[in-house]
Design a protein around this ligand. Structure first.
Ligand code: PLP
Ligand code: COI
Length: 355
């Protein structure tokens, strides 16, 4: 297993007020950093006090967007244990994203060992209050100090951590979503299924537009026909239509969410039919108009399971389930958060405890 040097801070920070954490604004005392070169492979793995990074101004990441990231959480249980939810899934997706962007991959077992070691150093930062967690942000980027467009010879892998509350100000209350009909987030063959910074940069303009109109996020349509529903800015989406649970199938332009995968497994286990298929905006509007759209929700690590109360489609507002959380959404939320915070039995073996 990879050797990690540990240098602890001499100036630990004061822990934050847990009643007002927000999302990703406060950072812990340490960070993990590791370098890569084509000649040496990964080297110099270390946990050091949290500080600014120093990079060459020509570094690939600044010019050609060679950057990928992950997002997962550490949860504190009522027995005061700290645990992760399916972390190997994130490490595998990190490597798939790296392959898509021609960045170096990290052997899975090393990647998991690094993550667990880092969390065990920072575990006191995992907040105690209901609904809070320690958000972990691993990221990997190209550092070559020259301007030619090429796969990189040098890279860095970093992990930072942030104690967080709810991602949306609404918490578990229904969010409002604007359907974007002009900009597109990704196309098949592009980088949509990789978790790379560039996808989020391309999404910002529509996100701003939605925010100005008072919406929480944007729902993306496919980039070719602008017809099929893909996902929301930071979540995958699911619908309950006439008893059937539908979620857009992974066509290559959608992020394969770990929460999405877990929701599908839990729902099937509970006896629901879940269809991963193409679901068009026309089908959605027809279901709303006929009254067969029973529930809609988004799911993701940061957002957990988030009911959708309203859609704005070209300026017309459609209300879902009277703007209230539905039965399946609530059940999924209770099951996933129950497992994550150790309130119910982890019968799927998804939890990874931190020593
Ligand atoms: N889709 C996008 C664009 C995201 O940013 C996220 C968040 O990570 C998700 C979906 C949900 O993925 P996961 O459940 O793995 O967090
Ligand atoms: C996550 O849910 O972990 C995400 O990465 C969403 C993020 C863009 C805030």
């Amino acid at each position: 297993m990879i050797d990690i040097k540990i240098e602890l801070t001499k100036n630990p920070k004061q822990k934050p007020d847990e009643s007002n954490l927000g999302f990703g604004k406060i950072f812990t005392d340490h960070m993990f950093v590791m370098d890569y070169s084509k000649e040496k492979g990964w080297y110099d793995a270390k946990i050091v006090p949290f500080e600014n990074l120093s990079l060459h101004p020509a570094a690939t990441v600044f010019h050609y967007g060679a950057e990928i990231f992950e997002g997962l959480k550490a949860y504190r249980t009522k027995n005061n244990e700290v645990q992760l939810f399916r972390p190997m899934e994130n490490m595998r997706r990190l490597n798939r994203s790296a392959e898509r962007l021609c960045l170096p991959t990290i052997p899975e077992e090393d990647a998991l060992h690094i993550l667990k070691t880092f969390v065990s150093i920072e575990k006191d930062w995992t907040p105690h209050s209901e609904g809070t967690s320690l958000y972990l942000r691993p990221f990997l980027f190209g550092c070559d100090p020259f301007l030619g467009v090429h796969s990189v010879n040098t890279a860095k892998y970093v992990i930072i951590a942030s104690p967080v509350g709810s991602y949306y100000k609404e918490g578990i209350n229904p969010v409002t979503i604007m359907i974007e009909t002009e900009d597109v987030r990704a196309v098949r063959g592009g980088t949509g299924e990789a978790k790379c910074g560039g996808n989020y940069a391309a999404s910002t303009r529509a996100g701003e537009k939605a925010e100005k109109k008072g919406y929480s996020q944007v729902l993306w349509l496919d980039g070719v026909e602008r017809k099929y529903i893909e996902e929301v800015g930071a979540m995958n989406v699911m619908f309950k239509v006439n008893g059937e649970i539908v979620t857009p199938k992974l066509t290559g332009s959608i992020l394969p969410g770990i929460t999405r995968k877990s929701c599908i497994e839990v729902l099937r286990d509970k006896g629901y039919t879940v269809n991963e298929r193409l679901f068009s905006i026309d089908e959605l509007m027809e279901a709303i108009e006929k009254g067969t759209l029973e529930e809609a929700w988004g799911c993701g690590t940061a957002a957990v399971v988030s009911p959708i109360g309203h859609f704005d489609i070209n300026g017309k507002i459609y209300e879902i389930n009277g703007g209230k959380i539905g039965e399946v959404t609530q059940d999924l939320y209770d099951t996933l958060t129950g497992i994550q915070w150790g309130k119910i039995e982890d019968k799927y073996n998804w939890i990874c405890k931190i020593d």
